[in-house]
Design a protein around this ligand. Sequence first.
Ligand code: TRP
Length: 451
Amino acid sequence: MTTRTRILTGITTTGTPHLGNYAGAIRPAILASQDANADSFYFLADYHALIKCDDPQRIQRSRMEIAATWLAGGLDVNRVTFYRQSDIPEIPELTWLLTCVAAKGLLNRAHAYKASVDKNVEAGEDPDAGISMGLYSYPVLMAADILMFNAHKVPVGRDQIQHVEMARDIGQRFNHLFGNGKEFFTMPEALIEESVATLPGLDGRKMSKSYDNTIPLFTSAKDMKDAISRIVTDSRAPGEAKDPDNSHLFTLYQAFATKAQEEEFRGELLQGLGWGEAKNRLFQLLDSQLGEARERYHQLMSRPSDMEDLLLVGAKKARAVAAPFLAELREAVGLRSFVNQAAAPVSAKKKTAKTARFVSFREDDGSFRFRLLAADGEQLLLSRNFADGKAAGAVTKQLQSGQALDVRTEGLRFGVWLDGAAVADSAEFADPASLDAAIEALRVALTPLED
Ligand code: TRP
């Protein structure tokens, strides 16, 4: 049996989807979900929306519009897990567990936060003026979204790559601290679709709400027609040959046309089709492609309780995954029932917890390292970098072989040497007594257990 690839992505619910969102994100995501190997989790990131928007009406309207857009666009809710983030209480709960292991320094480096700080500084304001903890912790909430469901692939725009990397970072840290050799979280990868259309807007710049150059998607045929009539073209008169490759009207057409339709339209433009007629053709094409979906959209919007039901079913499916996993994670960090405390498994756990353990990991540059953690989780050693996992593994094996340890102190730190080379180092200690105690702890940790 092949395991399916879990694809997860969230849509922040602050606006009304336009044609650019549809071609750039919604349509490709719906297509990807139809792959037999895909196990798709798509959700409305409405907790994220609260960070950017304090208008309850707008939040509510956008959640409904986005849900209706995805459903009208053909998303099959029997195939995918489609839910609202805010219907999954396990997500904020996981967010807290992750917040407690996320390095503040990591979040200081988040682009979105840094951009806000830079703007404040430029304006001569306090660096953190107007910045909420929500904005600051945005990447931790997003990490919880992703790690909660052990997503393999996360389709996102380029601006979100850093957030996916942070999710890896935070997840890895949790794995090290609490995994006891087990990898709780799968390491997610950002998926950037190079082939997907970035649509130009009315003025030729990228279609975006912030440029006010969008073409509405499902509001009405008339709105779509009006917007299309405002597409900026050059001033060539009807009868004059047009240059399709320098016309964003043509680019828009291409994004929805078959190859044959595209070639026909190209030919007509070269033969001098007037811009007014060209706009008509674009409208006809979009209307034929999206007209039915528009109908479905308005039906859905007029029956919100149907959508509510669908989304609650989605939430149930998602929670069936999230709840047992979160229970495991709570257990791992020590949030355990007092009652189970007395039960048998605890003593077995204690026994394994008594021993020190090696935890290996991979650096961004591809090299391999390991830590030696004492029974209480304290880090005794951090290894140097090894080119491959095999070399790192050989060293951990030798260290556990019971052979005499070559420990060399240097100031208030020490290194461990093997065959004339330093292989791992301690942290820096506050005083000589702590240094000695740590070396002793290391010797104890590496003495093979006798039984
Ligand atoms: N931050 C994403 C955006 O603005 C939305 C989002 C929230 C998301 N949680 C996510 C995307 C998890 C992918 C995975 O586009």
